[in-house]
Design a protein around this ligand. Structure first.
Ligand SMILES: NC(=O)c1ccc[n+]([C@@H]2O[C@H](COP(=O)([O-])OP(=O)(O)OC[C@H]3O[C@@H](n4cnc5c(N)ncnc54)[C@H](OP(=O)(O)O)[C@@H]3O)[C@@H](O)[C@H]2O)c1
Length: 274
């Protein structure tokens, strides 16, 4: 299979490039392909002639988006729209990755694929707009919502906690809940998904829900770190962007896309740290 990956230098982009190494992959970093430029996107698709495009590019600065809305919408909505136009024109599928933050957290139970999104922040609204553009413009779409992504290469919550380990105690929020997802686990599920031609929306995230406090405690205990981890409410870290209190993801789709429990992702992350 010929596969074009956009945003290939990010956490998921790297994991996908490794997972799909047996295929003919064009791993296009931001530097190589800017998805906000329609002509460049069309040229990349025409030049490489992929069988499928996977969009792992995104503007992920949740708080900064509150005052950089145009940039967030350009990357998270216009970019996927460009990819949808370019892939639809040559009748190939597009995998687009979205977020648990499209939900407002008010349901008080895990969200499935047919729950109604209601974004609370500009980042979340820009990601939801990207989903809608992809749905509208390329019917061969896989929209994959994931959550709290982490990888040993990249900017994520766990790497932040490890960097703070030198200044104990480490504080972590215990009143917001989602589904921590190890990027290589997600990449493996996407590799299966692209063979199915079962287009639609998928929730693919580490199974079960937890807080950032519990994630940190588990990681530190696996690594044998003695650092005290203190549970705090989210109000301890005032942030410009509103976040859902409970955006745990569940799926009612094919069981082959089920990921291992989130704890296994933390163990795999700790092993990969070496
Ligand atoms: N990280 C999370 O916790 C999380 C949670 C839920 C959903 N997601 C979604 O999962 C997907 C993968 O996230 P991730 O954590 O792997 O993201 P990431 O590590 O931030 O990587 C995103 C990549 O996109 C690139 N990029 C930004 N603007 C671009 C543009 N205009 N054209 C092409 N590339 C561009 C970035 O390059 P530069 O750095 O050079 O700009 C970066 O390499 C995204 O759709 C994200 O919204 C992530």
């Amino acid at each position: 299979m010929k596969i074009l990956i956009t945003g290939a230098a990010g956490q998921l982009g790297r994991a996908l490039t490794a997972e799909l190494a047996a295929h003919e992959v064009e791993a296009a970093s931001h530097q190589r392909l800017d998805i906000t430029r329609l002509d460049d996107v069309r040229e990349a698709v025409a030049g490489f002639a992929p069988d499928v495009v996977i969009n792992a590019a995104a503007y992920n600065y949740v708080d900064r988006a509150e005052h950089e809305a145009i940039e967030a919408y350009r990357v998270n909505a216009l970019g996927p729209r460009n990819l949808a136009l370019a892939t639809a024109a040559v009748e190939i599928p597009l995998v687009h990755v979205s977020t648990d933050y499209v939900f407002d957290g008010g349901a008080g139970r895990p969200y499935h694929e047919f729950d109604q999104p209601h974004p609370l922040s500009i980042y979340a609204a820009s990601k939801f707009s990207g989903e809608l553009a992809v749905k509208e413009l390329n019917q061969r779409h896989y929209i994959v919502r994931t959550a709290w992504l982490f990888h040993v290469h990249g900017r994520n919550f766990l790497s932040l906690m490890l960097s703070l380990n030198r200044q104990p105690p480490v504080k972590a929020v215990d009143d917001q809940f989602s589904s921590p997802t190890y990027a290589p686990h997600l990449a493996r599920a996407i590799a299966k998904l692209i063979k199915t031609q079962a287009y639609g929306v998928y929730h693919i995230a580490g199974q079960g829900g937890t807080s950032r406090f519990e994630m940190t405690r588990l990681l530190f205990s696996i690594l044998g770190l003695q650092t005290e981890v203190v549970a705090v409410p989210h109000t301890e870290f005032p942030a410009p962007a509103k976040r859902p209190r409970y955006s745990v993801l569940t799926t009612i789709q094919d069981p082959q896309i089920l990921l291992p429990p989130w704890q296994e992702g933390i163990h795999a992350f700790a092993r990969a740290l070496g």
